[in-house]
Write a protein that binds this ligand. Structure first.
Ligand SMILES: Cc1cc2nc3c(=O)[nH]c(=O)nc-3n(C[C@H](O)[C@H](O)[C@H](O)COP(=O)(O)OP(=O)(O)OC[C@H]3O[C@@H](n4cnc5c(N)ncnc54)[C@H](O)[C@@H]3O)c2cc1C
Length: 284
């Protein structure tokens, strides 16, 4: 067993004051589905556990003038049941449907998923396609950082210990007519993603060509990436089978350009390409 002092602040200011003074010795707790595992295994040793799961400032899903705003302590179950997300971020909502188990979804939060910085975090590809900004606060004030900059490497959070993620600001899906999230795991249920993928796109109603597309790939690179070259390649073109295989191959090559060809390449190359074609096949 481990010994740790449990603190539940009543307000955001109280939480920030605590982090200012004790950030180095503190683990932030939201749903606990990652951090409690790390504390129990002894991989993480901290003096304090700061429970932010009940802070109002970290709750709620709403459309604001700045974008679609999601609190860091919003759970995967809340994402799954949100009508707002069904309309404005359908790929994120779909990702919640295959996330862990019901028990995990009821407590696991989007903030915890992002801050844990696992390359396999399922909410990350949907956040990337919505060009999400992470809203951070500390005792000096508030700032926004692109989702791609939160991790400095696998399981390595780039945030100073005095920072708290309060919200995510997403660009709402601009009248997309296709959005999806799919993942490949070692088994059907309760599987950590070996590859995950999110996409949304809008087609020209007259010509059927792609007007707008965003792609996100998970569990493939140490930190989250945009795949702009592939998006640009597909924009203005009408989807056919050959184009999908070609773009799937481009996606794989862009990923290898970041990671190098590792031993897993023999599996990942056809699997990413195949997943990409499978996901976008309904467009044909
Ligand atoms: C059985 C099981 C199945 C799982 N299945 C999946 C799955 O399908 N897909 C998937 O992606 N993950 C899965 N996970 C991993 C985990 O559930 C998720 O990563 C989850 O979203 C973590 O959220 P949490 O609220 O539980 O985070 P916590 O464990 O509370 O915290 C995780 C990390 O984030 C930090 N943190 C939390 N909130 C904040 C904040 N507001 N600001 C700054 N830092 C913060 C914590 O300090 C900690 O470092 C699974 C885990 C288990 C045990």
């Amino acid at each position: 067993m481990f010994h740790i002092d449990f603190i539940r602040p009543h307000s955001l200011n109280e939480a920030l004051d605590f982090l200012t003074e004790h950030g180095n010795e503190t683990a932030i707790l939201a749903g606990g589905t990652d951090i409690v595992v790390d504390l129990k295994s002894g991989d993480l040793k901290k003096k304090y556990l700061l429970d932010v799961s009940r802070l109002e400032a970290l709750k709620g899903i709403e459309v604001t003038p700045e974008g679609l705003s999601l609190g860091a302590a919003v759970t995967l179950s809340e994402i799954y049941h949100s009508k707002t997300l069904a309309r404005y971020a359908p790929a994120l909502q779909k990702c919640a449907s295959s996330f862990g188990s019901q028990q995990i979804r009821n407590v696991a939060t989007i903030g915890g998923n992002v801050a844990h910085c696992s390359p396999c975090g399922d909410t990350v590809p949907p956040l990337v396609i919505h060009e999400a900004k992470v809203v951070l606060v500390n005792h000096r004030g508030k700032r926004e950082v692109p989702i791609e900059q939160i991790a400095s490497g696998p399981y390595a959070c780039a945030l100073p210990t005095e920072d708290l993620i309060v919200r995510f600001l997403l660009k709402p899906a601009p009248n997309v007519d296709f959005a999806d999230f799919q993942k490949i795991g070692r088994r059907k249920e309760l599987a950590i993603s070996r590859i995950s993928m999110a996409a949304m796109l809008r087609r020209n109603p007259d010509e059927g060509s792609i007007d707008f597309i965003r792609l996100g790939l998970g569990a493939c690179t140490p930190t989250p990436q945009r795949y702009q070259a592939v998006e640009e390649h597909l924009t203005g073109k009408t989807p056919n089978e050959e184009l999908l295989w070609e773009a799937g191959n481009m996606l794989t090559q862009q990923m290898f350009a970041i990671t190098g060809r590792r031993s897993s390449a023999a599996y990942k190359e056809p699997a990413i390409q195949g997943l990409f074609v499978r996901m976008l096949y309904p467009l044909l």
